[in-house]
Design a protein around this ligand. Structure first.
Ligand code: AMP
Length: 420
């Protein structure tokens, strides 16, 4: 396997899968260029070493070709601003023009292909099926797409370049044309970019060789979406702080009253099993004894505090309470490795965000005292950014689903395609 640091890019065209799926405002301006900034070191490396760059990405979820509100042309100025190099736009990711532009690229030049998902071939998901299509018909359409047009699509993308770099961790859990299949065309010329290298190093470090005590803070809304990661983490951690909407499923499963709080009764057996397993394994489960409760899911709601297992009817738990903040903070400060996935309250509403802020601040403080902290999963990243603490933690992952699947021990197609 090649490393970007040791590969000789002299005179070579590198096709780089980046994650430029960035948020845009109504006028098509990039409102957060974190993902663009993240890809710059990889692009610069190729250029500095005498190569040229073909960038490819998806943007949003277009359902057809030429749906221009998903055009990557809109982000060209944002890339140029960060890269300081002119970016040629191909107008398509297939077709003669893209091929000609790629062939004409000179060392030091950069071009960007149009949104890969303008084509069903990128994801390998057929489009335009009749609404009443049977499962058989859907399967046949998928097979036909995979064996015909998708193969041609991958071959064409690969034909533009001499080497392939995957730097899109956020889509590494997808076996798409640009994230995995294309790697087969570059058996000796494929590698990870720096985003990928850093992500894998950070996560491997935490999962394989953590300094102890190792604590995972798992928040978010539902037990059902976090159960696999909680089970996996129980093999690795010394303690788990459980927060967010999940708290109330745990409370209700043990006979508590949770009012209108988010609650999943069908997860009661699972919640009880987690409690039992933690006890057997000697893993400390930390939950907030009190909750901030609200009579509405809005900034204008009336609020109060209640024990997390005695929430009055008509009220719902929307954040941890003051005792919870203190307890979580003290626990976090006692840890040497901290993994945070999911807010401990409805952080999008300021009035319900103080618990998540307290967690973020405690993680920053622990990090300053020498702990290693990894923040991952879309909402916790949004959270740490909202509180302006992203540069006070050890590592902020760019992956949501990819991060969770990797930590769960699943093989990510985008990672496997490079390593195999
Ligand atoms: P997840 O994607 O599972 O990490 O969930 C993140 C979402 O959980 C955020 O949008 C939060 O607003 C939400 N959340 C956190 N705590 C609660 C709560 N107590 N009640 C309802 N939603 C919550």
């Amino acid at each position: 396997m090649f490393k970007i640091d040791s590969y000789d890019f002299t005179g070579k065209r590198a096709i780089i899968r980046v994650d430029f799926n960035v948020p845009l405002d109504a006028e098509g301006n990039v409102t957060d260029d974190t993902r663009i900034r993240a890809a710059i070191p990889t692009i610069k490396k190729v250029l500095e070493k005498g190569g040229s760059v073909i960038l490819m990405s998806h943007l949003g979820r277009p359902k057809k070709n030429n749906d221009m509100k998903f055009s990557l042309e809109q982000i060209v100025p944002a890339i140029e601003k960060r890269l300081g190099v002119k970016v040629q736009f191909a107008g398509d990711c297939m077709g003669e023009k893209a091929a000609e532009m790629a062939a004409a690229l000179k060392p030091g030049e950069v071009m960007l292909l149009e949104n890969l998902r303008f084509y069903a071939e990128e994801e390998g998901k057929p489009r335009g099926l009749a609404e009443d299509a049977t499962d058989e018909e859907k399967k046949a359409a998928k097979k036909a797409l995979k064996e015909g047009p998708q193969k041609e699509f991958v071959k064409k993308l690969a034909s533009y370049a001499d080497c392939y770099i995957n730097d899109a961790f956020g889509t590494a859990h997808r076996a798409h044309s640009s994230t995995a299949l294309i790697a087969d065309y570059f058996p000796n010329d494929k590698m990870f970019g720096y985003v990928m290298e850093n992500e894998l190093k950070a996560i491997d470090g935490v999962m394989e060789n953590p300094q102890r005590p190792f604590c995972a803070i798992i928040g978010g809304s539902k037990v059902s979406t976090k159960i696999t990661i909680i089970e996996k983490l129980m093999e690795k951690v010394d303690s788990i702080i459980i927060g967010g909407g999940m708290t109330y499923t745990f409370a209700a499963a043990q006979g508590g009253k949770v009012g209108n709080s988010i609650c999943e009764p069908d997860m009661f057996p699972v919640a009880l099993e987690i409690l039992e397993k933690a006890k057997q394994k000697g893993i400390k489960l930390v939950m907030s004894p009190d909750a901030l409760i609200a009579d509405d899911f809005a900034q204008t709601a009336n609020t109060d505090y209640a024990p997390a297992n005695a929430i009055p009817d008509g009220w719902e738990g929307v954040d941890i309470g003051e005792e919870g903040k203190k307890l979580f903070r003290e626990h976090i400060l006692g840890c040497k490795t901290i993994l945070w996935n999911g807010p401990v309250g409805v952080f999008e509403i300021d009035k319900f965000a103080t618990g998540s802020r307290a967690v973020a601040e405690a993680i920053a403080e622990a990090t300053q005292k020498g702990a290693y902290s990894l923040i991952g999963g879309g909402d916790s990243v949004a959270c740490i950014n909202k509180f302006g603490l992203a540069d006070k933690v050890s590592y902020v992952s760019t992956g949501g689903g990819a991060l969770l699947e990797y930590m769960e021990g699943k093989e990510l197609p985008g990672v496997a395609a490079i390593r195999k």
